[in-house]
Design a protein around this ligand. Structure first.
Ligand SMILES: [Zn+2]
Length: 51
């Protein structure tokens, strides 16, 4: 977890499009911007950076 619990919650509820990098709400089927289905939870990106 990061220093700011509120920010963590926001990140957890955010999915990032792997194609256009736009942020989407968690649980959406596809990107609201480009329609891509390649979304990933944003918190995984942070874990990868830590590791
Ligand atoms: Zn997109």
């Amino acid at each position: 977890m990061g220093k700011f619990p509120e920010a963590d919650a926001e990140i957890i509820n955010t999915w990032v499009c792997r194609r256009c990098k736009s942020r989407n709400k968690r649980g959406v089927e596809k990107c609201r911007k480009c329609g891509s289905k390649y979304l990933r939870p944003k918190n995984k990106e942070i874990k990868a950076k830590k590791a």
